[in-house]
Design a binder for this molecule. Structure first.
Ligand SMILES: [Zn+2]
Length: 72
């Protein structure tokens, strides 16, 4: 039996998934807004998110992502 991770890939064991919070954008009536998504992804996708610096590894980082204004 296999498990389907949030990324859509199948893994053999629940231990093969990585629980992460990622930097996301979503659109609403005010336009594009920053958001945080919580996912459990396979190892390949975890490494891809990591390579792209798209993982928020703490609540402080999540807060900064959502609330920091772009300076430029
Ligand atoms: Zn995956």
């Amino acid at each position: 039996m296999s498990i389907r991770a949030s990324c859509g890939h199948e893994v053999q064991e629940i231990e093969d998934t990585y629980n992460i919070a990622t930097k996301e954008w979503e659109i609403n009536e005010d336009g594009w807004q920053k958001a945080v998504a919580y996912k459990s992804v396979c190892k390949d996708c975890y490494q891809e998110y990591k390579k792209n610096d798209a993982i928020l590894s703490s609540e402080a980082e999540e807060f900064d992502w959502l609330h920091n204004k772009e300076e430029d």
